[in-house]
Design a protein around this ligand. Structure first.
Ligand SMILES: NC(=O)c1ccc[n+]([C@@H]2O[C@H](COP(=O)([O-])OP(=O)(O)OC[C@H]3O[C@@H](n4cnc5c(N)ncnc54)[C@H](OP(=O)(O)O)[C@@H]3O)[C@@H](O)[C@H]2O)c1
Ligand SMILES: [Zn+2]
Ligand SMILES: [Zn+2]
Length: 362
């Protein structure tokens, strides 16, 4: 009988890497040594400078979706500076400002891939916690280095600060893509944003769309109106407020990360209105049918975006000065940040200062 050979994550590949990983569904992150593949001919390697914290990272470290692979190094809002490129890389050079979002691989031949929708490829490979083409586990951006095929690398324009650009790579594209695809980007339309996907508010305003923020947190009112540029604000748990605006919205982008009722939201839509869900709660949501029939309303979903559209979104953000509001934190603060994220206590995105605060232990 052959003994099973277990390769340690730090010996698997030639390039040493260091990050923070969750070891089990408790989700607590701690320092972790691993390795990255050598820079292949189509690969771009970069030093990670900042990485945003997405609620998906929290779902994943706790295995709430049931497919997490441990040790799990989260992070799919990764930005940094190119350190090496393979000899067939055409679009990037050493020193460029770049980023990686939610996906690092796809089949490149299915209909979704041909349509520049790598995110919907049945064989798409997530940036962390998934198996890469070579069978090794992918590790995300809570780490010092990153390597990815140039197809999955995004250029960050000079006028976008790198720290604020990080959340665009997931939070940004997740709301930009459905605004475009479901045609909620037309000037003069009125949409609701639920769960304060604050980047959605900023993109929609830049597109000329009227925005009502629908939040559980009355304390976010002032900032939503004055700082994010929303036109109005509703407290989602206040029935009187909701009653006053029934049938007034052309669409809703729902970014809520927890179980919540859809019925009141469907009620806010005009006839032909669209409720677009991008949040991914652990529990299934109940979908009431009759309120959809009465008014020919649509419920849709959307998941991140393809590479072409992600680059378009980043360029749009740079042109229209759409910058996520961030709280920059040190690596050691990450577990506290996760606890605060669970309580919706962040305005509005944590970004880890990897470049200055991730210290490799010997
Ligand atoms: N579809 C995709 O491609 C995609 C991409 C990224 C993330 N996601 C998913 O989208 C969700 C949001 O991610 P995020 O990073 O934006 O998370 P987040 O910062 O935690 O935002 C979620 C928001 O939901 C609201 N909320 C929380 N609990 C609620 C409850 N019980 N009832 C009603 N509202 C509640 C809060 O807003 P208020 O305080 O304003 O109420 C909170 O700020 C997560 O499930 C994540 O996995 C999906
Ligand atoms: Zn995300
Ligand atoms: Zn494909």
């Amino acid at each position: 009988m052959n003994p099973t050979v277990i390769t340690l994550p730090e010996k698997e590949h030639p390039s040493k890497a260091f990050g923070w990983a969750a070891r089990d569904p408790c989700g607590v992150l701690s320092p972790f040594k691993f390795s990255r593949r050598a820079t292949g001919e189509k690969d771009v390697a970069f030093k990670v400078l900042y990485c945003g914290i997405c609620h998906s990272d929290l779902h994943m470290v706790k295995n709430e979706w049931g497919f997490s692979l441990y040790p799990l190094v989260p992070g799919h809002e990764i930005v940094g500076e190119v350190t090496e490129v393979g000899n067939k890389v055409r679009k990037f050079k050493v020193g460029d400002r770049v980023g990686v979002g939610c996906v690092v691989g796809s089949c490149r031949s299915c209909n979704s891939c041909k349509d520049d929708l790598e995110n919907y490829c049945p064989k798409s490979i997530l940036t962390y916690g998934a198996k890469y083409h070579d069978g090794s586990i992918t590790y995300g951006g809570y780490s010092d280095t990153m390597v990815a095929d140039e197809q999955f690398i995004i250029r960050i324009p000079e006028n976008l600060p790198l720290d604020a650009a990080a959340p665009l790579l997931c939070a940004g594209i997740t709301v930009y893509s459905p605004l475009r695809y479901y045609e909620l980007d037309q000037p003069g339309l009125h949409i609701g944003v639920v769960g304060l996907g604050h980047v959605a508010v900023k993109f929609a305003k830049a597109m000329g769309v009227k925005v009502t923020v629908i939040s559980t947190s009355p304390t976010k009112r002032k900032e939503a109106l004055e700082n994010l540029g929303a036109d109005s604000f509703l407290v989602s748990r206040d029935n009187d407020q909701l009653q006053g605006v029934i049938g007034t919205l052309d669409g809703i982008i729902d970014t809520v990360s927890a179980e919540h009722p859809l019925l009141p939201l469907i009620g806010l839509l005009k006839s032909n209105g669209k409720l677009i869900l991008v949040g991914a709660p652990e529990k299934q949501l109940e979908l009431p049918i009759f309120p959809l029939l009465q008014g020919r309303k649509v419920v849709g979903g959307s998941m991140t975006g393809g590479m072409k559209e992600t680059q378009e979104m980043v360029d749009f953000a740079a042109k229209h000065n759409v910058k996520p509001n961030i709280e920059v934190i040190a690596m050691e603060y990450v577990n506290t940040a996760m606890e605060r994220l669970l309580k919706a206590d962040v305005k509005y995105r944590f970004v880890i200062d990897i470049g200055n605060t991730l210290k490799a232990t010997s």
